[in-house]
Each structure stands twice: as structure tokens, then as C-alpha cells.
Ligand binder design. Structure first.
Ligand code: URA
Length: 235
């Protein structure tokens, strides 16, 4: 990777400013000033930027408990995004893996690992996503059967088999293997109900951490990362 890109990814400045700093000799690679912004590095080098050690990790993984009112985008000129919740010092190449609606809360994985994200979102991999929902109306065994078999939501969506578990008259757990736009809300609408509250509890082997308040995040543990990688490798 280019030296200026590595520094920009670590959020040390704009690419333009970093190029100038490199040309000025402000960046040392393994003890030597490198004046070429395109100098090739792989992150294993000792890099000093303005005298400060740059700690480079190729990939970062965060588990966020998304609050309502925040959009699942990388940037937006007007609205707060899930990445804003990670703070101003976050690296620049992070993105959310899939989208939750603005009013949906719960588990969201944020990373810069495009390969893993692609695998987790691939319809072929069938990674289960489980949600808790509060709905208007009353869920019946017929709804459970329809969800299990798959049904026509509208002309554009025939659902794959899903698991619907009734917790009470108006509370359910739903597990789906796809992630179409507003999927859960559309599934209930098609059955004459409306989703009032939606929270994602898990994605594949990754579960929402009960110790993580809404709006907070933490890095994934090695165990979580290993289980995520192996679930996409198997299915
Ligand atoms: N289904 C929805 O309708 N909304 C979400 O945010 C996620 C799944």
C-alpha cells in the first residue's frame, strides 16, 4: 500500500496534507525519512509521523449497539451516522456491514475488512440474522407457518424460509437469512401487522453484548472474529 494511503487510513490527515508532510521529510520509515508519498509499505514497518509512532492494523472490527435516530451510512452531510458514534479519531476506511433502518436498534458490525463483509452479506452464505420485534396485532401459528415456508411479500420479494418465535401476543423473535430493504417490516406488513420496535440481536455467531449500552461500541474479541470467519467459510 502507498505510504500516504496508510497514513490517511489511520486518520492522520488528508491525503493532500500527508503528501506534503512526506515530501518535507516528516515521515520516517524504519528510521529513514521517506520523501515519496507512493512509497510501498505493508504496515509491518516502524513508521514515525511527526515523531509519533503510527500503529497500523490492517483490519479493525467493532461491535456497535446502534441506537435509534442514527443512519447506517459511512458519511452524511446532515444526519448522524453509525461511524460518527466511533468518534473523530476513527480510521477513515471503516463501514457498517449491511444496514439497519434509522429507527432500528441493536447489533451492527463495523469494519474495514471488505472480504469478510462481502461474505457475511452474500445471499449464498445464508448468515442468520435474529431480531426482537414488537408489533401491532396478534401473531398466530399461521404466521409462523408462513414465515417457515416463505411467502410473497410483494411483487419484488418472495422470502426465504424464516423462523418466527412468538414471545407474547405482540412480541416476537424473527430469524431471517437475507437482508432485503425493510425486510422484517415488510414481512409483517404483508401479514397485516406493523413493526413498532425492532432490535437486532445477532448476526451469525455474533450476539449483541448485554454489557454494551445503546450508542456504545467495542472491538471484537479474537473468539468472535474466529467464529465469524469460520461461519462464512463453512456455509
Ligand atoms: N428489517 C427491517 O425492516 N429493518 C431493519 O432495520 C432490519 C431488518
Amino acid at each position: 500500500m502507498r505510504l500516504d494511503k496508510l497514513l490517511a487510513d489511520m486518520n492522520l490527515g488528508t491525503r493532500k496534507d500527508l503528501k506534503q508532510e512526506i515530501r518535507r521529510g516528516d515521515v520516517l520509515v524504519n528510521g529513514t525519512p521517506v520523501k515519496d508519498p507512493g512509497f510501498s509499505v505493508d504496515g509491518s514497518e516502524e513508521i514515525l509521523w511527526k515523531g509519533k509512532r503510527v500503529r497500523y492494523a490492517a483490519y479493525e472490527y467493532y461491535l456497535l449497539n446502534k441506537p435509534a435516530g442514527v443512519i447506517s451510512a459511512s458519511e452524511d452531510p446532515k444526519q448522524e451516522t453509525v461511524l460518527d458514534l466511533l468518534g473523530p479519531d476513527r480510521r477513515r476506511d471503516l463501514f457498517p456491514v449491511g444496514r439497519l433502518d434509522k429507527d432500528t436498534v441493536g447489533l451492527l458490525l463495523i469494519t474495514n475488512d471488505g472480504d469478510l463483509a462481502h461474505q457475511l452479506l452474500s445471499p449464498k452464505k445464508h448468515v442468520d440474522k435474529t431480531y426482537y420485534a414488537r408489533i401491532t396485532g396478534r401473531v398466530t401459528q399461521e404466521d409462523v407457518d408462513a414465515f417457515r415456508e416463505g411467502f410473497d411479500v410483494d411483487e419484488s420479494l418472495h422470502t426465504l424460509p424464516a423462523r418466527l418465535e412468538i414471545l407474547s401476543d405482540s412480541e416476537v423473535k424473527v430469524t431471517i437469512r437475507e437482508g432485503k430493504f425493510h425486510q422484517i417490516k415488510r414481512m409483517f406488513q404483508a401479514r397485516g401487522m406493523e413493526v413498532l420496535y425492532l432490535k437486532r440481536l445477532s448476526m451469525g455467531p455474533l450476539s449483541l453484548d448485554p454489557d454494551l449500552p445503546e450508542g456504545s461500541f467495542r472491538t471484537l474479541t479474537e473468539e468472535e472474529l474466529t467464529s465469524l470467519r469460520s461461519c462464512t467459510a463453512q456455509s
